[in-house]
Design a protein around this ligand. Structure first.
Ligand code: AMP
Length: 357
C-alpha cells in the first residue's frame, strides 16, 4: 500500500451517510473524494469533489473511478464481487482488502472463519431447504433465528422460529435463498468494538459501545458500555485478532453478544466504518472516519482514546423532524445526512450527547 500525499483522490463505493462522513474526514486531511452510487441525490455525492452516478457493476463507471483515484474504499459490505474483480484487474488499490468483503458478505463463511480462528459465535447450521431447517432445529433447539446467508442488514432477511408452527413460514420468508439457523442467544448486552488497522499491521481499538436495537435497527450506542473490565479487554483483543487474520487495512466494526455468564460471542463484523462508531466524532480526538482515511492512505493512525463519555441516538424516520428542538438542546450535537425524503426506518441523522468521563 503506498502512502498518499495530501491532494490525492480517494474513491468511495457507496454514497450514504457513511460515505458522506468519510468524505468529510478525508477533506479535512486535504484529500478529495469521488463517490460512485446509483442515486444522484445520495448524501455523500453532495459534498464530494465529484460523483459518478451509475450501478456498482457498470464497467464504464468503474473504469472512470479507477482512472481518477489513488485508492478505492467502500462504505457498505455488499459491493458486488464483479466490481471488486474489475477494479483489481484495472490495477486499483483497494482497501479494506477484498477478502474481508467476501467473508462478511456471507454469514456462513463469516461464522466458519471466526470459528477457524478460535472465536466463539452463536451455534449455527447451514440451511438450504425446509427439511434441512427441521434437522438444524433438532440439533440446535428452539428458539432459533433463521437468517439469509447474504444481503441481510438491519434485521432484514431474518425470521425467528419459536415453535414447530413457525417452521414453514420461517423458511418461506427466506424466499428460497440459502440461509443459516442460529441458536437464539439470551444475551445480557450487545456491544461493538470499532477497530482500525494500519498498513504497517498495527491496530487500535475504540472503547466498546453498548448498542440498543429496536426492530433490528440500531437506536442508541452508549459509551462506556457497562461491561466489566475483563470483558472490555477481551473484546478489544478479539477485534484486533480478527483484523490481523484478515490482513486488514482500515476500520472494521465488530458486534458482540455479552452473555449473562459474561461469555463473549461475535455476532458479525462489518468491513467498514460503523453506525455504532459515530460517537467517535464528538467524543474522541480522532474519529473512526479519520482513522479509516489515515489507514487507507498509509498514514499513522490517530489516538482512539475518548475525552468524554457519551450516548449516540440515531434519528430514524420522523425523529429527524425534531431538528429544531435538538439544535436548541444544550449539549446535543446534531448531524443530519442531507436525505431529501424521510421514510419510516430510514436513518436520517444522529445526535450525540457528551457526558463527563
Ligand atoms: P444481525 O443482522 O445479525 O446483526 O442481527 C440484528 C439483531 O438481531 C442483533 O443486533 C441482535 O439484537 C439480534 N440477533 C441476531 N442474532 C441473534 C442471535 N443469534 N440470538 C439473539 N439475538 C440475535
Amino acid at each position: 500500500m503506498k502512502t498518499l500525499s495530501p491532494g490525492a483522490t480517494i474513491g468511495i463505493l457507496g454514497g450514504g451517510q457513511l460515505g458522506r462522513m468519510l468524505a468529510m474526514a478525508a477533506s479535512r486531511l486535504g484529500f478529495s473524494c469521488i463517490i460512485l452510487d446509483p442515486d444522484r441525490n445520495c448524501p455523500a455525492g453532495k459534498i464530494a469533489r465529484a460523483m459518478i452516478c451509475a450501478d456498482y457493476d457498470d464497467e464504464t463507471a468503474l473504469a472512470a473511478l479507477s482512472a481518477e483515484c489513488d485508492v478505492i474504499t467502500y462504505e457498505f459490505e455488499n459491493v458486488p464481487a464483479h466490481a471488486v474483480a474489475f477494479l483489481q484487474a484495472a490495477g486499483s488499490a483497494l482497501a479494506p482488502p477484498p477478502k474481508a468483503l467476501e467473508i462478511s458478505q456471507d454469514r456462513l463463511r463469516e461464522k466458519n472463519f471466526l470459528q477457524d480462528i478460535g472465536i466463539a459465535t452463536a451455534p449455527y447450521q447451514p440451511v438450504e431447504n425446509e427439511a434441512r431447517l427441521r434437522t438444524a432445529i433438532e440439533n440446535l433447539g428452539l428458539p432459533a433465528l433463521l437468517k439469509t446467508r447474504r444481503l441481510g442488514y438491519d434485521g432484514k432477511g431474518q425470521a425467528i422460529i419459536k415453535n414447530q408452527n413457525d417452521i414453514t413460514n420461517g423458511w418461506k420468508a427466506m424466499q428460497s435463498a440459502p440461509a443459516i439457523l442460529e441458536g437464539f442467544i439470551d444475551f445480557a448486552l450487545e456491544i461493538s468494538v470499532i477497530t482500525v488497522r494500519g498498513a504497517d499491521g498495527n491496530s487500535k481499538t475504540y472503547h466498546p459501545a453498548r448498542n440498543i436495537h429496536k426492530g433490528g435497527i440500531l437506536r442508541r450506542s452508549i459509551v462506556p458500555s457497562g461491561a466489566d473490565a475483563p470483558i472490555i479487554t477481551e473484546a478489544r483483543t478479539i477485534a484486533m485478532k480478527i483484523a490481523n487474520a484478515l490482513d486488514y487495512i482500515g476500520v472494521l466494526g465488530i458486534e458482540f453478544f455479552v452473555g449473562k455468564d459474561d461469555s463473549l460471542m461475535v455476532n458479525e463484523f462489518a468491513p467498514r466504518v460503523h453506525n455504532s462508531g459515530h460517537w467517535t466524532v464528538e467524543a474522541c480526538g480522532i474519529s473512526q472516519f479519520e482513522n479509516h482515511i489515515r489507514a487507507i492512505a498509509g498514514w499513522p493512525l490517530g489516538d482512539t482514546a475518548r475525552h468524554s463519555n457519551c450516548e449516540m441516538e440515531n434519528l430514524i424516520g420522523e425523529d429527524a423532524a425534531n431538528w429544531q428542538a435538538l439544535t436548541a438542546e444544550q449539549g446535543a450535537l446534531l448531524t443530519l445526512y442531507g436525505k431529501r425524503h424521510q421514510r419510516s426506518g430510514r436513518k436520517m441523522g444522529h445526535v450525540t450527547r457528551l457526558k463527563p468521563l
